[in-house]
Design a protein around this ligand. Structure first.
Ligand code: GRF
Length: 206
């Protein structure tokens, strides 16, 4: 499987995926990394693995169509057949979601559909979870469709929220979970063990 990664941040999920591939967890290659931020740590991580990187963002283009076209061209040039959003903060153009239907996944640092949607990302998620007095949080791998954070959930894992947890300590616990479940979800896709029916998705054992 040729994976294209979209990332905006430091890239610890990208690193976790590359480590899993290097460890032979599943047969796949990250063939390209696209970021909307030229200084994203994820770009350095990709470069260290001699993965082609591109800085592509909407303001660089005269229209949504031109922007989507450039993204698609880059994906096709690298023969990407699966897209992984690993800390990517921008909306994927609808044209790409259509072209890669059920082949785009995202990682979210909460138990979707709770604490998701526009504006719910990064630290804000953990602040909201704690402000809400939740006893459990976790991470979610889900398919990406036209609705932000609303695609079918593929894999989730929970973590206890301790009474003395701060948004930072919770973020660290959840990030550890992300690094565990993202590679496992990708392994299931590579092995053809992800079933998708309408708004539901699940991983089968074989
Ligand atoms: C993670 O918390 C992920 O859940 C969210 O953005 C963050 C990315 O972190 N989508 P990193 O760049 O993978 O370290």
């Amino acid at each position: 499987m040729n994976i294209a990664v979209f990332a905006s941040g430091r890239g610890s999920n990208v690193q976790a995926i590359l480590d899993a591939i290097d460890a032979g967890l599943f047969p796949a290659r990250v063939v390209v990394l696209i970021s909307n931020k030229s200084d994203a740590g994820a770009i350095e991580i990709a470069r260290a693995h001699t993965i082609s990187t591109y800085h592509l963002s909407r303001p660089m283009f005269s229209s949504e169509e031109a922007y989507a076209g450039a993204l698609l061209e880059t994906l096709e040039e690298h023969h990407a057949d699966f897209i992984v959003l690993a800390g990517y903060l921008k909306k994927i153009p609808a044209q790409i979601i259509r072209q890669y239907r059920n082949r785009i996944v995202n990682i979210h640092p909460a138990l979707l559909p709770l604490f998701g949607g526009e504006g719910m990302y990064g630290h804000r998620v953990h602040e909201a979870v704690i402000a809400n007095g939740e006893k459990v949080s976790g991470a979610t791998v889900h398919l990406v469709n036209e609705e932000y954070d609303r695609g079918p959930v593929v894999l989730q894992q929970t973590v206890a929220v301790a009474p003395d947890d701060t948004p930072d300590s919770l973020a660290a616990k959840v990030l550890k979970i992300e690094h565990e479940i993202f590679p496992l979800a990708l392994k299931a896709f590579v092995e053809g063990r992800v079933r998708i029916e309408g708004t539901k998705a699940w991983i089968t054992s074989s």
